[in-house]
Unconditional design. Sequence first.
Length: 120
Amino acid sequence: MANRRADRVRAAMRQEISSILQKDLKDPRLGFATVVDVEVSGDLQHVKVYVSILGDADSKAMTMQALESAKGYIRSEIGRRVPLRLTPELHFVHDTSMEHGAHILRVLSEMEKTGGEDNA
């Protein structure tokens, strides 16, 4: 039963945080950020928010700064929108798995073009 509750909280958190990022935050430092996943601690007091960010290194750093600055606002909105006794602490993590996957696809594509031959 605890797992089902954590799953419901996780889904609600992901949906609401995504909505807040898309519709409510007006920080000019905030680039194109997408909530990839949300991990909720067993006691529901901490939430890791995995965010994928498009752009160069500077825009990614600025987006992470914007998210850290907006953490209090996002947390208060979560408290208003998600029915929990205590609003969890938010921890934003830059998720690079999509970038890593794109890199792997480029490497595989290049290998396919060259026939997998080693040019060394």
